[in-house]
Design a binder for this molecule. Structure first.
Ligand SMILES: [Zn+2]
Length: 154
């Protein structure tokens, strides 16, 4: 079962995100260093193959295939937290704006919200959702500031 690609797991009827969590993060790598916030229902982290510096996701602990399947209270909680995250990314990364999207790809899709910064030097528009992926570069000061903003009581 090792060295499987996410698309192969999906074809086998296995959610890659759940598989990754149940198999010591063998698929996507250990997210601990990129984790910004976590509670018993969802987690928020910088992603390992961002489309822009500061690209962040929120993902549920439990498997829901998409937003339509989320319980209403959890949906509200996550989107409220997403707004807070977008504001934090904008401030910490100096983005001009932050885009939000979520995939609804079928039963093996694991619900997550993506927040993709757009910088002043980038053109506006939907192409920001599919910017080429880049390497994750550790920026310790920004990471710590985001953690601070997202974990403080409000
Ligand atoms: Zn899943």
């Amino acid at each position: 079962m090792d060295r499987l690609k996410p698309a192969e797991l999906v074809d086998m009827g296995i959610c890659p995100t759940c598989y990754d969590r149940e198999h010591g993060h063998s698929l996507y790598g250990d997210p601990a260093e990129r984790m910004l916030y976590e509670n018993e229902k969802f987690e928020c982290m910088l992603i390992g193959n961002p489309r822009a510096p500061g690209h962040t996701i929120i993902s549920t602990k439990e498997h829901y295939k998409d937003m339509m399947e989320l319980p209403d209270a959890l949906c509200k909680e996550i989107y409220s937290f997403a707004r807070r995250t977008m504001q934090a990314i904008k401030e910490v990364y100096g983005a001009e704006s932050v885009y939000l999207c979520t995939m609804c790809d079928g039963p093996m899709n694991h619900f997550h919200v993506q927040m993709i910064p757009r910088y002043a030097y980038e053109r506006r528009g939907s192409r920001n959702f599919v910017k080429e992926r880049i390497d994750y570069v550790v920026d310790r000061a920004k990471l710590l500031r985001l953690r601070q903003l997202l974990n403080e009581e409000i």
